[in-house]
Design a protein around this ligand. Sequence first.
Ligand code: PLP
Length: 334
Amino acid sequence: MNMQTPRLSANDVFDILEAKTIKLSQAGYYAMYSSWLGGIVTDVGLMNLPIDDHMVHRGDGVFEALKLVNGGIYLLEEHLERLFLGAAKLNLNQNYNKDQLRQIILQTAQAGLDFFVQKNPGAQIQDFSAIVRLFLSRGPGSFGTNPYETIGNQFYCVITELKAVSPEKYKTGVSIGKSHLAVKSSWFPTIKSCNYLPNVLMKKEAVDRHLDFTVTFTDEGFMAESSTENIFLLDRSLQLVHPRCDYILKGTMMTRIFELAKYHNIVPVAEPADITESNLIGAQGVFMSGTTFDLLPVNNYEGMKIPSATVYEKLFKLLKEDQRAGSPKMTALK
Ligand SMILES: Cc1ncc(COP(=O)(O)O)c(C=O)c1O
């Protein structure tokens, strides 16, 4: 078959992008800030990146996903802190400080809310829940690996729909299994970099095995984490314990759960530890945490039953209270 690839004028491109916006208007993408454009767009067709940004072709960037509920962004400072720590380790950020990003994020979230209300007349701020996605990239300038060849790093922020996890999972728990993938080496697991191929393959592994999550183990046999989730235990001595943070991404949600557990005296909290597979199998409770779903109980590991722990309900309730408007960990949009 003879195929003719069209050569497009700028006007053709604008028409195509407009058509894409109309087609994708239900996609649940509410707003995007791009430093490349220097502003915010709400047309889905315009939510694009320059292809020579090293984040696109080399994964050279760091990212974050934050939750927006009850009129505010939860754990904004903690996510910004992790973004900046990762960027510092990669020597990535010359252009931004936290104050600038905080303002851009809140203004983009507000644009997302305005767009949502426009599409859902009568909707209130409390009806709006979203994921705030941050990307700090090496920037455009060439197609090689050389980080010095870019014109400087860029910041993108996208506000997207928050997809709820089935309520059933919170009641009955999730099934997990052992991952065949290796833990990322050296300090790479501690950075939320855009180089997430192992995480992608873990997700695929879980889907292919009809599991909710799989969990990696280090070469020494220590439990690490899931594709984009943390895992922690109520151990045999009924203490809450999570893996040491050298070989995991230290989750903002997990960290907050441990703070709340300690502060409210819900359960004794142990120092982070090397946790083996037999510790996992013998645990009195196993939990997954992450920004989008907060906290989920695990009901089995590789088909072996994990007991349900009453502490789960208490921790979950505290998290929900922590995400109410006015809580110190919520940054209000207005
Ligand atoms: C590898 C990895 N571990 C754990 C988490 C959980 O982190 P948080 O609680 O900050 O969402 C994430 C988040 O995406 C992740 O990518």
